[in-house]
Design a protein around this ligand. Structure first.
Ligand SMILES: *[C@@H]1O[C@H](CO)[C@@H](O)[C@H](O)[C@H]1NC(C)=O
Ligand SMILES: *[C@@H]1O[C@H](CO)[C@@H](O)[C@H](O)[C@H]1NC(C)=O
Ligand SMILES: *[C@@H]1O[C@H](CO)[C@@H](O)[C@H](O)[C@H]1NC(C)=O
Ligand SMILES: *[C@@H]1O[C@H](CO)[C@@H](O)[C@H](O)[C@H]1NC(C)=O
Ligand SMILES: *[C@@H]1O[C@H](CO)[C@@H](O)[C@H](O)[C@H]1NC(C)=O
Ligand SMILES: *[C@@H]1O[C@H](CO)[C@@H](O)[C@H](O)[C@H]1NC(C)=O
Ligand SMILES: *[C@@H]1O[C@H](CO)[C@@H](O)[C@H](O)[C@H]1NC(C)=O
Ligand SMILES: *[C@@H]1O[C@H](CO)[C@@H](O)[C@H](O)[C@H]1NC(C)=O
Length: 481
């Protein structure tokens, strides 16, 4: 968030004629400070696109396999969940074109495709209630679909980053994890922790009513909280702890469709399957190029790619790498800095339509300008669709209840003034966009990037993308801060 706050200060202080110079100076200083503090190369970009001016500034260095160079404005980064507005916009465009309706039940479109490509239907994975989920529910996070970024999933994906992680695998995992771990308990008897090692016991964590196991473990001495161990354990306060299944299985949905909203990247993968079902009904999911559905013209955003795409490249997914499109390596810093370099992994580690965009900040800024500004000559969606995307409310369940979510657009409060904090979107200080990075959640997937988008209203409408590469912390593909 900090760079956004710095930007807001700058926006209030200077005219746009000097903005580029000031942003460049700020970014150069920030990159130098960060490289010293982190003792590793840090790459930064800011893309700016307004109705009267647009530019990209970049600072820092890129280290590709040990060879260093300065970052450029053409360098490409990962956006993680910053992809979700693109997926949501692609779906809204299909609605605008009359190919589907927002109120259609999603399974009607997805089931024939899922049957043909993975031998199943939504109700077999998520139970019969899923039939009430609408097209719009999928991108508003209100279809009741659980997330696949649960348990140790992110860690496994990163550990085996060179294999293919099909979208069907993620969706199946999300449903299975929810069935097993989604239930609540009143007492330890409700828990099924299996055979526990000596000095370990099962208990029902009273606040969240979740089944857990806890035990003494010498291997956790000197380990930071959250250090992952085999068997679903992590170190916590010198002990090891982990979640257990409940004896009674949960529904594979987190709630009945429409009855709650819950941050779920799997919901965005279903949205992707719906776009594929309508857009390339005879093709594999990797034949669907999201850019072709969300961008009015590909040539206007030359750096944006959404891998893997097999239809035009005719190559096998297994032979693809992020670095086919990505030019800046990231460091997924596992606890204590044992960072995995994110660069040569298979692009399926990004989770497809919940987080697979690669590109330069300038083109992403341009997209948000085109999405939001009435002055754009390349409008992405209709006014009605934009109104739907920006109709936000706090998510009602899960870790994201502080997030004001619409249809692929978050309203993010920002303030640099200790005595002013905007409380709702009718007050000044909200950005409309999407986070693309995580702090404080247990995830190792990904690239350390921060993508923020927004516009401010005082003179023109602007779109700002800040892209930080190679920062320490943990990031993931699909969650957002
Ligand atoms: C900084 O990193 C280099 C190589 O990556 C290492 O040799 C050096 O010891 C590090 N310095 C500090 C202060 O950690
Ligand atoms: C890299 O950037 C630094 C500072 O921005 C500059 O002094 C240096 O000349 C640049 N190096 C190259 C090879 O362009
Ligand atoms: C469906 O996808 C899963 C996960 O990729 C895979 O294991 C399974 O074999 C697929 N089933 C069919 C019938 O294609
Ligand atoms: C769908 O919702 C309606 C109205 O809430 C309900 O009566 C019906 O049982 C639901 N259908 C399924 C399959 O859950
Ligand atoms: C995407 O659109 C371009 C032209 O705009 C076309 O050449 C290409 O085949 C399309 N790709 C897919 C996968 O549909
Ligand atoms: C869409 O809204 C903008 C103002 O926000 C207005 O200028 C424009 O005429 C509207 N377009 C249509 C087709 O209604
Ligand atoms: C901070 O917010 C308060 C309350 O809205 C306002 O009175 C004050 O002028 C603001 N300070 C600055 C520096 O904008
Ligand atoms: C937004 O928050 C402000 C400050 O708490 C309040 O005065 C206003 O009524 C709120 N507006 C809405 C639409 O909730």
């Amino acid at each position: 968030m900090r760079p956004v706050i710095l930007l807001l200060c700058l926006l209030q202080a200077v005219q746009s004629s000097v903005l580029q110079t000031r942003l460049q100076a700020m970014l150069t200083e920030l990159a130098a400070l960060a490289e010293v503090a982190l003792n590793q190369s840090v790459a930064l970009q800011i893309g700016w696109y307004g109705s009267t001016d647009h530019f990209t500034v970049a600072a820092g260095t890129v280290d590709v396999h040990g060879s260093q160079r300065n970052v450029t404005t053409e360098d490409t980064f990962l956006y993680g969940s910053g992809t979700k507005p693109f997926t949501a916009a692609a779906l809204m465009r299909l609605i605008d074109q009359g190919k589907i309706k927002a109120s259609d039940r999603a399974h009607i479109h997805i089931d024939p495709y899922l049957r043909a490509n993975n031998g199943t239907e939504l109700k077999e994975l998520f139970g019969p209630e899923v039939h009430n989920a609408t097209v719009l529910d999928l991108i508003r996070m209100s279809a009741g679909i659980p997330d696949f970024e649960a348990g140790s999933r992110d860690a496994y994906i990163l550990q085996e980053g060179s294999r293919v992680w099909p979208v069907y695998d993620n969706i199946r995992y999300a449903a299975a994890y929810q069935e097993e771990y989604g239930g609540t308990c009143k007492a330890a008897e409700d828990c099924d922790c299996g055979q526990l090692p000596p000095l370990a016991k099962a208990f029902c964590e009273p606040r969240q009513e979740k089944c857990m196991k806890v035990g003494q473990y010498l291997g956790c001495l000197g380990r930071p909280n959250g250090f992952p161990l085999p068997g679903g354990w992590v170190c916590w306060n010198k002990m090891r702890v982990g979640f257990c299944p409940t004896r009674v299985k949960s529904s594979p949905l987190v709630c009945a469709p429409g009855a709650c909203s819950f941050y779920s990247s799997a919901s965005y993968e279903l949205a992707g399957l719906l776009i594929a079902a309508v857009g390339v009904p005879d093709g594999k999911y990797t034949d669907m190029d999201l850019g072709n559905f969300t961008l009015p013209s590909r040539d206007d955003y030359p750096t944006l790619t959404f891998p893997p795409v097999t239809r035009t490249t005719h190559s096998e997914v297994a032979s693809m790498k992020l670095s086919d499109h990505l030019s800046v390596p990231g460091h997924a810093a596992l606890f204590g800095g044992s960072g995995t370099v994110v660069f040569d992994q298979n692009p399926t580690v990004l989770g497809w339509t919940c987080g697979h965009m690669i590109g330069a900040a300038g083109d992403v800024a341009k997209f948000f300008f085109d999405l939001f500004s009435p002055k754009s000559a390349r409008r992405i969606v209709s006014n009605a669709s934009l109104a739907e995307m920006t109709r936000t409310a706090p998510l009602s369940m899960g870790w994201g209840t502080h997030i004001e979510y619409g249809a692929g657009i978050m309203a993010v409060p920002v303030s640099n003034n200790a005595s002013y904090w905007p409380e709702n979107t009718s007050q000044w200080g909200f950005f409309l966009g999407h986070g693309g990075m995580t702090y404080g959640f247990s995830s190792n997937q990904g690239y350390i990037s921060l993508a923020d988008a927004g516009f401010s209203d005082f003179e023109h409408r602007y779109s700002i993308i800040i892209q930080l590469g190679s920062l320490q912390g943990h990031g993931d593909c699909c969650r957002s801060s």
